[in-house]
Design a protein around this ligand. Structure first.
Ligand SMILES: Nc1nc2c(ncn2[C@@H]2O[C@H](COP(=O)(O)OP(=O)(O)OP(=O)(O)O)[C@@H](O)[C@H]2O)c(=O)[nH]1
Ligand SMILES: [Mg+2]
Length: 456
C-alpha cells in the first residue's frame, strides 16, 4: 500500500509479453513509454518476455513475475503497465505477487482519455467506456496518487464504482448510452446540415501531427503537443483552398493500435465529421520507425468505424526530421501516391493543396441541370444536397447551375430532363460567398454545456 502524501510523480514499470505473430517494433516498449509518461508517471524500468501463450494465472511466466516483484521493490515503484490486455484474475494475481498496482493497456488508454476529456460529449463517451471496462471487474479504476492527493483524481466512475453494485452500474451504462445516442443523432443532423462546403477530415495515428497540420493550413490555433491523445474533441475550421474556395477542415481524436473497442464505439458522435466527410486526409508520421504499422492500425480503426470506403489522401508528415532519403523512399515505394510534407516547416503544403483540390473535383460535379417546372421535389433536392449558383426560368423548365456531390447524382439522373457538365470556376461569386465576416454561411455548432465540435 502506498500513502497518499507521496511526493512527485508515480513511478512505473513497463511490461510486455511478445506473443508469436505480433509485430515487434525496434523498440517494443516505445509506445507504452509514451502512454505511461502521457499519463503522468515516471518510467523507472521495463521488462519484456517472449512466450507462446500467456500464463493463465499471471500472464508472465513465474520467473518473470518474480523479476517484476524485485523491480518494484528496488525502485519503490507504484504501478506496472502491461502493453497487453489482461483478465481480471491475472491483474489480481499479479498485484498480489508484485505488491504494485497492475494496469493493462486498455485501462491505461482509458485513463489518458479520462484525464483529457474536456467536453460534455467526450466525458460521456469516456465514462461509458470506463464503466464497460470495469463492470466485469467491479473494481475502482486506476487513478494517480498525485491526482488523488490533489483531489482531482476522482474522475470517471472511479470512487463511485466501489460503492455501487453491478445493477447500478448497468443502469448508469444504460443512461449513458441513451444520452450519447441523443447527442449522436443531434450531431448527425448538425453535421449533415452543414453542406454548403466540401468537408475534409484529418485522421491518423496519435501524435502524427494532425493538429499541427490543421494549424499550418488554417491558422486554427488548436492545441498540438508532443504527447499521445492531445486532441480528444473535433474542431472544424474553414480552410481557403487556393483555386477552389472555402472548404471545411476537421481535426479530431487520434487512433492507436488496439484502440479499446468500447472507446471507439462511444466516440461515435465525436467522429461524426469524419463519418460524413467528403474526403479524408490520413496523416502519418513518416519519421517513425513504425510508420507502416501505424498506417495499418489507422485503416483498421476506420474499418471498425465503418468509414473505410472514403476517398483518402495519405500525407507523410515530419519529413523535416528524416535524415536519409532512403527512409522516405521506403514509404513512398509502398504508397506511391502519398504526399510528403512537413507541417512544421510548411514544406510540401502547396502540392498538398493541389492534391486536395483534385480529389475534391472527383467528389463534386459542376453541372447545369434542366428540371421540369412541376418537379418541386428535384428542385428541393438540388438545394438541399448541392450548392446552387443560379436558376434560370424557361417556358418548360428551370435550368439550375449547381455543384453537386458525385454521390448525390443518382437521384438527379433519374428525374432531370437534361444534365450538362459546366466549368463552374469557383473564383467568382461562389468562392467569395463565404468571405462574409464571422461564420459566413456555416452553421455554427453549439451543443449544450460545452461544444465538442465547433466551427469558427
Ligand atoms: N519535426 C516535426 N514535428 C512535427 C511535425 N508535425 C507535428 N510535429 C510534432 O509532433 C507532435 C504531435 O503533434 P500534434 O499535431 O499534436 O499531433 P496529433 O496528430 O494532433 O496528435 P494527437 O492529437 O495527440 O492525436 C508535436 O510535438 C508536434 O510539434 C513536423 O512536420 N515535423
Ligand atoms: Mg491533435
Amino acid at each position: 500500500m502506498f500513502s497518499l502524501v507521496d511526493e512527485g510523480p508515480e513511478r512505473s514499470i513497463l511490461a510486455r509479453l511478445i506473443l508469436p505473430g505480433s509485430v515487434v517494433e525496434d523498440d517494443p516498449l516505445e509506445e507504452l513509454h509514451g502512454l505511461a509518461t502521457t499519463a503522468g508517471t515516471e518510467v523507472v524500468d521495463e521488462l519484456t518476455q517472449k512466450m507462446g501463450t500467456p500464463n493463465h494465472a499471471t500472464y508472465f511466466g513465474k520467473g518473470k513475475v518474480e523479476e517484476l516483484r524485485l523491480m518494484v521493490e528496488r525502485h519503490e515503484a507504484h504501478v506496472i503497465f502491461f502493453d497487453n490486455d489482461l483478465s481480471p484474475a491475472q491483474v489480481r494475481n499479479l498485484e498480489k505477487a508484485t505488491n504494485a498496482k497492475v494496469i493493462d493497456r486498455t485501462e491505461l488508454i482509458l485513463d489518458i482519455f479520462a484525464a483529457g476529456a474536456r467536453t460534455h460529449e467526450s466525458r460521456l463517451a469516456v465514462e461509458l467506456a470506463q464503466l464497460e471496462y470495469s463492470l466485469p471487474r467491479l473494481k475502482r479504476m486506476w487513478t494517480h496518487l498525485s491526482r488523488q492527493s490533489m483531489g482531482v483524481g476522482m474522475r470517471g466512475p472511479g470512487e463511485k464504482q466501489l460503492e455501487v453494485d453491478r445493477r447500478l452500474a448497468q443502469k448508469r451504462i444504460h443512461d449513458l448510452k441513451t444520452e450519447l445516442s441523443k447527442v449522436e443523432s443531434r450531431r448527425e443532423r448538425e453535421v449533415a446540415g452543414r453542406n454548403e462546403m466540401p468537408t475534409i477530415s484529418l485522421v491518423g495515428y496519435t501524435n502524427a501531427g494532425k493538429s499541427t497540420l490543421m494549424n499550418a493550413l488554417t491558422e486554427a490555433n488548436v492545441l498540438a503537443q508532443d504527447k499521445l491523445f492531445a486532441t480528444l474533441e473535433t474542431r472544424t475550421r474553414r480552410w481557403h483552398l487556393p483555386n477552389r474556395g472555402h472548404v471545411l477542415l476537421s481535426d479530431t481524436v487520434g487512433f492507436i493500435r488496439d484502440l479499446p473497442h468500447s472507446l471507439v464505439a462511444s466516440f461515435k458522435s465525436t467522429l461524426e465529421e469524419t463519418r460524413q466527410a467528403n474526403l479524408l486526409m490520413h496523416v502519418a508520421d513518416a519519421s517513425s520507425p513504425n510508420v507502416f504499422e501505424q498506417i495499418t492500425a489507422v485503416y483498421q480503426v476506420l474499418e471498425e468505424l465503418g468509414i473505410q470506403a472514403k476517398d483518402t489522401l495519405l500525407i507523410l508528415n515530419k519529413i523535416d526530421s528524416i535524415n536519409s532519403p532512403r527512409v522516405l523512399n521506403r514509404v513512398l515505394d509502398r504508397y506511391p501516391h502519398a504526399i510528403p510534407v512537413s507541417a512544421k516547416t510548411g514544406k510540401g503544403l502547396a502540392p498538398l493543396c493541389e492534391a486536395v483540390g483534385e480529389a475534391l473535383s472527383r467528389e463534386f460535379l459542376d453541372v447545369e441541370i434542366d428540371v421540369a417546372h412541376h418537379d418541386g421535389k428535384l428542385l428541393a433536392y438540388l438545394s438541399a444536397k448541392g450548392k446552387v449558383e443560379s436558376r434560370e426560368f424557361h417556358d418548360s423548365h428551370v435550368t439550375v447551375r449547381v455543384r453537386m456531390p458525385a454521390a448525390a447524382m443518382g437521384e438527379v439522373n433519374r428525374s432531370a430532363i437534361r444534365i450538362t457538365p459546366t466549368e463552374l470556376k469557383l473564383t467568382g461569386e461562389m468562392a467569395d460567398a463565404d468571405e462574409t465576416p464571422d461564420n459566413g454561411g456555416v452553421a455554427s455548432v453549439e451543443v449544450s454545456d460545452t461544444p465538442s465540435s465547433e466551427v469558427a
